[in-house]
Write a protein that binds this ligand. Structure first.
Ligand SMILES: *[C@@H]1O[C@H](CO)[C@@H](O)[C@H](O)[C@H]1NC(C)=O
Ligand SMILES: *[C@@H]1O[C@H](CO)[C@@H](O)[C@H](O)[C@H]1NC(C)=O
Ligand SMILES: *[C@@H]1O[C@H](CO)[C@@H](O)[C@H](O)[C@H]1NC(C)=O
Ligand SMILES: CC(=O)N[C@H]1CO[C@H](CO)[C@@H](O)[C@@H]1O
Length: 317
């Protein structure tokens, strides 16, 4: 009986996603005016008894009664949100001129999941929850259009969020890049419990990544899955057709994989850039590429995630 009602709810969520826009969520931050729109700001809060912080960037034409799509961007290891912005350019109005960008800062420069992480998975998930509460109280957030992206261990943590029904359920779609997936990986991938079907997810990964290898194995902070395996788990969770569509681009240097799930195209997507190392895919050189001894690639992850995210809204629960 219980199982039947759960699968019925799953079906409902699937069909509701196309038409029914989620209108829940606190909107008490709407109507509050702010200074320094268009300029990065830092906000602090206490989470699990620890002082934490995040950066926030509002559109320069922020309008206090407009509910904005909001993207949380999780930095890589030995980093802070400010550097993730520098690598991705996600504050640029060409990407987020009508969205709010949020850059949470990890404890000890990293995120939970690795064997070197300062915070536990429980604490970092709680932090994301607390950030969402703080955002909604202070700014005008569209709770149907909250998204998460991240680089390296920040990408891995995006997967950790997606796999937690409570916290991940607040998001409409996810886009990890060069992700080190330490939780819900080979041995325990079935522990992943997403809030609903589907949970749209797009991953970028370099074929020449020697830090978080495409074929998986020992990583800096634990065992990582092979990316094709990780993709197949998400395809299963999202009830996708087994056969995906593959388009080879740029003289076979870039491979775009896309899954259709319950009749909806592109719910799970992947870009493999053959020559790319462990960094953020962009057509202009950025710091993460310099640090990895890499060059720009053919595609811009910052642009591609915008069109991916805007295809999806969080359905009614
Ligand atoms: C705000 O500016 C962006 C470009 O920076 C533009 O795309 C958007 O339409 C503007 N929004 C409003 C409400 O004027
Ligand atoms: C999701 O994360 C929250 C916050 O850490 C935690 O309390 C909850 O137990 C997690 N849920 C699952 C199913 O792991
Ligand atoms: C973390 O895991 C990696 C990969 O298994 C291992 O090489 C490393 O020694 C571990 N580090 C710690 C501090 O346990
Ligand atoms: C420092 C730097 O040049 N960063 C760039 C990295 O790539 C993104 C996306 O193309 C640019 O917007 C950044 O300015």
């Amino acid at each position: 009986m219980k199982v039947t009602s759960i699968s019925l709810l799953g079906l409902f969520a699937t069909y509701a996603s196309a038409s029914s826009h989620y209108t829940g969520g606190d909107t008490s931050g709407c109507g509050k005016s702010h200074w320094f729109n268009g300029i990065p700001q830092i906000r602090t809060l206490t989470s699990s008894g620890v002082d934490r912080s995040y950066g926030i960037h509002l559109p320069s034409n922020y309008s206090e009664n407009n509910q904005y799509p909001t993207i949380l961007g999780f930095h890589g290891s030995s980093s802070i949100g400010f550097f993730f912005e520098a690598d991705t350019g996600l504050d640029d109005s060409e990407y987020t001129g009508d969205k709010i960008m949020v850059y949470p800062n990890g404890l000890g420069g990293a995120w939970a999941g690795a064997n070197y992480s300062a915070a536990s998975v429980q604490e970092d998930l709680q932090f994301v929850w607390d950030v969402l509460v703080d955002l909604r109280k202070n700014w005008c957030i569209d709770s149907a259009r909250i998204y998460a992206t991240g680089l390296s261990i920040g990408g891995g943590f995006v997967d950790t969020i997606a796999c937690n029904a409570t916290v991940g359920g607040e998001f409409a779609a996810f886009a990890p890049a060069s992700g080190s997936f330490y939780t819900n990986n080979d041995d325990n991938h079935e522990n992943c419990e997403p809030a609903r079907v589907p949970m749209p997810i797009l991953e970028f990964h370099g074929g020449a990544d020697t830090d978080v290898k495409y074929d998986g194995g020992e990583g800096e902070g634990g065992i990582e899955p092979a990316i094709p395996d990780w993709l197949s788990w998400w395809a299963q969770r999202n009830e996708c057709d087994e056969q995906y569509e593959q388009v080879d681009l740029f003289n076979d240097d870039v491979h775009h994989l896309s899954w259709t799930c319950n009749g909806q195209t592109g719910v799970v997507q992947h870009y493999k850039t053959d020559d790319q190392k462990h960094d953020w895919a962009s057509t202009g050189i950025n710091f993460s590429q310099l640090a990895a001894g890499d060059l720009p690639t053919h595609i811009s992850a910052s642009a591609l995630i915008q069109s991916f995210f805007m295809k999806f809204t969080r359905p009614e629960a």
